[in-house]
Design a protein around this ligand. Structure first.
Ligand code: NAD
Length: 475
């Protein structure tokens, strides 16, 4: 843990093990901080806030730029740590470190563009001026699936805005957070400006975050259930809240689309991070005209994917995070098959070649998925492409919107008018159009409905950490 500029190692009885999901081995032990350490970190952040907010945007940007450079310099080392504790292939881990660093440089630049405004008054002797100021101490909670970019997507804008921060990373991936904080330390953030609390049980730390009056803002990325609970508690204490939550993305392939191109795109985005992404397609709607060609291409490519340790050459599918995740995928596939879906490839746990020790499930393609199946409604967070064929008479917009989630959606089509109508009608915050990567530090990221509140990235991302103050001048 890193509190007020000091590293805390924890004692033998106050630490917990971090496991490698590819083989179940213990990688390291990290301190098990509870409410008391969270409080100490919040106190440090509160004490550091007045001096940090008084720095200029140029000073804060310079430190963020240094952190950006250091993160890239240490990219390989950080990526190895991530692959070891999270399981994703090393190449994907490297890509994630670059994406994480992007948030540091983007918000370093954005710090200088926190503009206010002047507003005309109806009174001739009055002037209005609006200024934006940092909200104060920010408490951040991040998930394990993107262990570094979810940190910088929050801390980059918070620090640029002039806030001080306490982070609690996911219990499965604290080591990547530790590497990130070494970067922050070496970049020169003053003591108390960034603080890291690791914990085996997140609940007491979360409760401290939502109840402690010194915390002015909670930013959370994780499941919808936990996000709703924390947002509710934080609302009771009138704290600002941003939540990036679960998703159930529709991937729509219209009849005029090239089904082979669409299948190639789906294979890349669906199996990224072994399907453990909030923007992962969960319902794949393919027009009946292109369905056979689509499924042939998709199945051919998915069947060739190689599962294993992320350190092995050629591996494109890593393990799932834990046994419970494998059991959930297995239950959704079994339920779909029992209700009439067909397994075109995969459909089982992976064993042999040392995979038994890890949490591996075969990349899977299901055909004939219907709305009564669990996989049609529940976030899978695993390597399963669930395909639904649709016809001309079907209301594809209503089908796509038929979920309480609203994070990402994808459209494949060559018809601009149909695409535009669908885009405007979709109740989702992020839409990829013939594109599988609609995310960037420069673009707003976030969901509607049960997928969250607020946006990260882009100029909206820094606004989440700013208060608005108006001054009326009598002259
Ligand atoms: P999770 O909600 O179990 O855990 C997320 C974080 O919340 C972890 O740090 C965890 O320790 C913490 N947490 C859990 N219970 C808590 C409590 N009672 N009090 C305080 N903190 C608590 O979710 P997960 O399974 O780790 O992550 C996967 C989920 O995250 C998926 O639903 C996924 O869609 C979502 N996610 C969303 C985005 C996005 O940007 N919308 C990005 C990544 C992941």
């Amino acid at each position: 843990m890193y509190i007020n500029g000091d590293w805390e190692r924890g004692s033998a009885d106050a630490s917990f093990a971090v496991l490698n999901p590819a083989d179940g081995s213990v990688i390291a032990h990290v301190p098990d901080g509870g409410a008391e350490r969270a409080r100490a970190a919040i106190d440090a952040a509160a004490d550091a806030f007045p001096a940090w907010r008084a720095t200029t945007a140029y000073e804060r940007a310079a430190i963020l730029m240094k952190a950006h450079a250091l993160m890239l310099e240490r990219r390989e080392k950080i990526a190895r740590t991530m692959t070891e504790e999270q399981g994703k292939p090393l190449r994907a881990a490297n890509t994630e470190v670059r994406y994480a660093a992007d948030f540091l440089v983007w918000f370093a630049e954005e710090a200088k563009r926190v503009y206010g405004e002047t507003i005309p008054s109806a009174r001739p002797d009055q002037r209005f001026m609006v200024l934006h100021q940092p909200v104060g101490v920010v408490a951040a909670i991040t998930p394990w699936n993107y262990p570094i970019s979810m940190i910088t997507r929050k801390l980059g804008p918070a620090l640029a805005a002039g806030c001080t921060v306490v982070l609690k990373p996911a219990e499965a991936t604290p080591l990547t957070a530790v590497e990130t904080f070494r970067v922050f330390e070496d970049a020169g953030f003053p003591n108390g400006v960034v603080n890291l609390v690791t914990a085996r049980d997140p609940a007491p730390v979360g409760e401290e975050f939502v109840a402690n009056p010194k915390v002015r803002k909670l930013t959370f990325t994780g499941s919808t259930a936990v996000g709703k609970m924390l947002a509710g508690r934080a609302a009771g204490n009138m704290k600002r809240v941003s939540c990036e939550l679960g998703g159930h993305a529709p991937f729509i392939v219209l009849g005029d689309a090239d089904p082979v191109h669409a299948a190639k795109g789906l294979q890349l985005v669906k199996f990224l991070n072994t399907g453990q992404a909030c923007i992962s397609p969960n319902r794949v709607y393919v027009h009946r005209d292109g369905a056979d060609a689509f499924l042939e291409t998709l199945t051919g490519r998915v069947a060739k994917m190689k599962a294993g340790s992320g350190f092995e050459d050629g591996v494109t599918i890593g393990p799932l995070v834990d046994e419970a995740a494998v059991a959930k995928v297995e239950a959704q596939v079994d339920d779909a098959v029992a209700k009439g879906a067909t397994v075109l490839c995969g459909g089982k746990r992976l064993t042999g070649n040392g995979l038994d020790k890890g949490n591996f499930y075969a990349p899977t393609v299901l055909d004939g998925v219907t709305p009564d199946m669990r996989i049609y409604r529940e976030e899978t967070f695993g390597p399963v492409a669930a395909v639904v064929r649709f016809d001309d008479g079907d209301d594809i917009l209503a089908m796509a919107n038929d979920t309480h989630y609203g994070l990402a959606a994808y459209i494949y089509s060559q018809n601009l008018a149909r695409t535009m109508r669908l885009l405007e009608g979709l109740d989702f915050g992020i839409v990829g159009i013939n594109d599988i990567n609609p995310a960037s530090a420069a673009a707003p990221f976030g969901g509607m409905k049960d997928s969250g509140l607020g946006r990260e990235g882009s100029r909206e991302g820094i606004a989440e950490y700013l208060e608005t103050k108006v001054a009326g001048f009598s002259i």
